[in-house]
Design a protein around this ligand. Structure first.
Ligand SMILES: *Cc1c(COP(=O)(O)O)cnc(C)c1O
Length: 419
């Protein structure tokens, strides 16, 4: 019989792959429970909103009365348990979507802060952490951030001391992103939301939910978050959405974001969906399973890496609230070989060999493995790493666990062979 594992050269690795089933079974079982519950939640939303074939087709021009677009807004609102949703291909990326939330809601003289440390790199110019004439700070909005404590918990004392009468918004980044911080799981999210609401009731709590959707049975908006946003070429697009972003939350807030995206007075009532509604509906329907498979791939990678002597973050047994897996290679060569192995075992551009290079916005060279169907889609298997000590590779996504398992195994095999 044909066995793909015959292609693994290292006998030590082969043994590890075989033993992984037994060790990881309990964690995968837990993921299956999360998938089931999220699948139920998504199905229930389709039923409640009477989604029908007419929703799957789009509109042109202004997009007035676009049934599919409006249905998708309601579907997301139901899934995420909010008053309103805004799901748009006109959001060009996650950054655009998050930026629209900040600019839509904040006004000059308002104060806002991030309480999960410095936000995701791509927001630096939006906020004005890196100077920009169009940044929030340049428009007269006051900003600061509070770091997480070394143990990964919120720095309650500093947060309390930073809140003032003008504090309009507190922002939380759920995923650690590309750092060794801890991600904010839903239990932790709930306790900080309760604390903020008890301290100053009218503060808008905003969550960057990128990489977090469907990794747990509840979402930030289930525990009192006012508004949250994410990218459709990550978790909720299910690998099928071709581009876009979503915002869900309080109706008055989502309206402001819609008017920021389009124009005052236009809001959510325009924006042709063309013929792109079908993959958005299919994508969100498949998303719980795709995210679950991505989580399994991350857990698998963490286990194999640990057995090969590398520290990982999180560890295979840790509770997860996003799909990102950090592997600490401690040497440049292993990191590069691993990333190249991921690329060589991707469906698209498997013949390409990525090398570290300078990228705008980064201080050090970066290597990126992304053999994805959709450009930059990190719900598909991908790996990125800034080339600096301690040589951490960040791995995420996989449309199926089977692809994740095969590609991760082959990548480690390449690394073992060549280093
Ligand atoms: C991906 C991501 C973003 C937005 O990134 P884009 O590349 O602009 O889509 C923002 N925050 C976090 C935590 C992310 O993972």
């Amino acid at each position: 019989m044909y066995n793909w594992m015959d292609n693994i050269e290292s006998s030590r690795l082969k043994e590890l792959i075989l033993s992984s089933n037994e060790v990881l079974y309990q964690y995968f079982d837990n993921i299956d429970t999360i998938i089931e519950n999220n699948q139920y939640k998504v199905l229930k939303a389709f039923k409640e909103n009477n989604i029908t074939e007419g929703h799957l087709w789009g509109s042109t021009g202004y997009g007035y009365g676009d049934l599919g677009r409006d249905g998708l807004d309601r579907l997301y609102a139901s899934i995420f348990n909010t008053e309103a949703g805004l799901v748009r291909q006109q959001f060009v990326s996650g950054t655009h979507c998050l930026s629209s939330c900040l600019f839509g809601i904040l006004n000059p003289k308002d104060h806002f802060m991030y309480i999960t440390g410095k936000p995701y790199d791509t927001l630096e110019k939006t906020i004005g952490i890196v100077e920009h004439p169009k940044s929030l700070i340049s428009q007269g909005i006051e900003y600061n951030h509070v770091d997480l404590l070394p143990d990964g918990n919120f720095d309650i004392e500093s947060i309390k001391n930073s809140i003032k009468p003008s504090t309009k918004m507190i922002a939380i980044q759920r995923s650690k992103g590309y750092s060794l911080n801890r991600s904010i799981d839903i239990a932790k999210m709930k306790s900080i939301v309760d604390f903020i609401k008890n301290t100053k009731k009218d503060i808008v709590i905003f969550v960057d939910n990128c990489y977090g959707e469907f990794t747990e049975c509840l979402e930030p908006t289930d525990v009192g978050v006012d508004i949250m946003a994410g990218s459709l070429i990550k978790n909720p697009g299910g690998g099928l959405a071709l581009t876009g972003g979503y915002v869900v939350g309080r109706k008055d807030l989502v309206k402001k974001v819609a008017e920021q995206l389009t124009a005052p007075g236009l809001g959510n009532e325009v924006g042709a969906s063309l013929n792109n509604n079908l993959p958005f509906y299919q994508g969100i329907f498949l998303a719980p399973k795709v995210v679950g498979d991505s989580l399994k791939s991350s857990i698998y990678a963490a286990f194999i890496a640990k057995e090969l002597g590398f520290d990982t973050h999180p560890k295979h047994e840790d509770l997860r609230t996003d799909i990102v897996q950090g592997i600490i290679f401690n040497n440049e060569k292993s990191l590069i070989k691993f990333c190249q192995g991921i690329q060589h075992n991707s469906p698209i551009d498997s013949f390409a060999t990525p090398v570290p290079d300078q990228l705008p916005g980064y201080q050090v060279p970066v290597i990126m493995a992304a053999g994805t169907f959709i450009q930059g889609a990190s719900i598909e298997l991908s790996a990125d790493a800034p080339i600096k000590t301690p040589y951490i590779g960040y791995l995420q996504g996989s449309l199926t666990f089977q692809h994740g398992k095969i590609a991760i195994s082959m990548a480690f095999d390449k690394m073992l062979k060549d280093s």
